[in-house]
Design a protein around this ligand. Structure first.
Ligand code: AMP
Ligand code: MN
Ligand code: MN
Ligand code: MN
Length: 285
């Protein structure tokens, strides 16, 4: 079961990816993915299209999203899998989480204007497939295409991270709320790419403990954001906290993402995959 080519984390134009849900489905299928989920940030509007495209291709599908959460002053991402995408409480929670993005983006633009980069809000908006979901990624694409930086990593490093002119601190959803929106809609909550957060070991332990206490059940072990050392570290943490393990590329764009859909190593053999507990939630092709 661990050897299934599952890819349960990626983004479309509905959030900050550059491909339509149908193009992602084709790419996943062409790359050999056997179980797929589209996990746009704070939004489930692409779910029907993704599921329909997967069905046409003969690809098994799980509904997905990636919720932005603030925990101990740090932004943490919680992936939801296998929920009912029509659930009213989930949709209301996601809408509330998206709600602050427009004002945040305008403030980011003001910060950039102070260092001589004008009209960044209007520029970034042109890259946003969904105007309700303007992300730092869209600013990064705009600043690369206007020649301010040579790649998106450089934009994040110099302009969009803490202490830099385009960075605006933001309060996202509470951890317990995000987990409850997902589980209340019949899905499973999964800690996304834990290796990316700048936590002390104590804070990281608190994140895992509180996540489990709220009803969270999974953690991404093999993701495009982890090194092989982090695969081993989070495999141990999955066993320690009795969590199911997930696998996902976090693919955003052919030009930007270093990990393509379906190309990650298999989950370590001693782990139990999230899909073992989601069999009745899979939309079979
Ligand atoms: P936001 O939700 O608006 O804060 O944007 C976060 C998104 O920015 C993430 O989901 C990634 O897609 C992207 N991102 C974050 N850090 C980096 C980075 N260092 N380089 C490139 N993209 C990044
Ligand atoms: Mn993203
Ligand atoms: Mn993420
Ligand atoms: Mn992601």
């Amino acid at each position: 079961m661990n050897l299934l080519n599952a890819d349960l984390h990626c983004h479309s134009v509905v959030s900050d990816g550059t491909l339509e849900p149908e193009a992602l489905a084709r790419r996943a299928h062409a790359n050999g993915v056997e179980l797929w989920a589209l996990t746009d940030h704070d939004e489930v509007d692409g779910q029907q299209r993704a599921a329909a495209a997967a069905q046409d291709l003969g690809l098994d599908y799980l509904s997905g999203c990636e919720i932005s959460v603030s925990f101990a002053g740090v932004t943490v991402h919680i992936v939801g899998l296998g929920f009912d995408a029509g659930d009213a409480a989930l949709r209301a929670g996601l809408a509330a989480t998206r709600g602050g993005r427009d004002a945040r983006a305008r403030e980011m633009s003001e910060g950039l204007a102070r260092v001589g980069i004008r009209n960044a809000f209007e520029g970034a908006l042109k890259y946003a497939g969904n105007p309700a979901l303007i992300a730092r990624t869209h600013f990064a694409r705009h600043l690369v295409d206007t020649g301010v930086c040579s790649d998106t990593n450089e934009v994040f490093r110099n302009y969009l991270t803490e202490g830099k002119p385009g960075y605006v601190p933001h309060r996202w959803a509470a951890l317990g709320d995000a987990v409850r929106w997902i589980t209340g809609a019949g899905g499973m909550a999964v800690i996304a790419h834990p290796g990316r957060y700048r936590f002390t070991p104590t804070e990281e332990y608190a994140l895992f403990s509180e996540f489990v206490a709220h009803g969270g059940r999974g953690v991404e072990v093999v993701t495009g954001s982890h090194t092989s050392a982090e695969y081993a570290k989070y495999a141990d943490m999955a066993l320690e906290f009795d969590l199911l393990a997930s696998r996902g590329s976090d693919f955003h764009s052919p030009g930007e993402s270093h990990t393509d859909l379906g190309t990650l190593p298999d989950l370590p053999g001693q782990l139990t995959p999230v899909w073992s507990a989601l069999q009745d939630r899979i939309q079979r092709a």
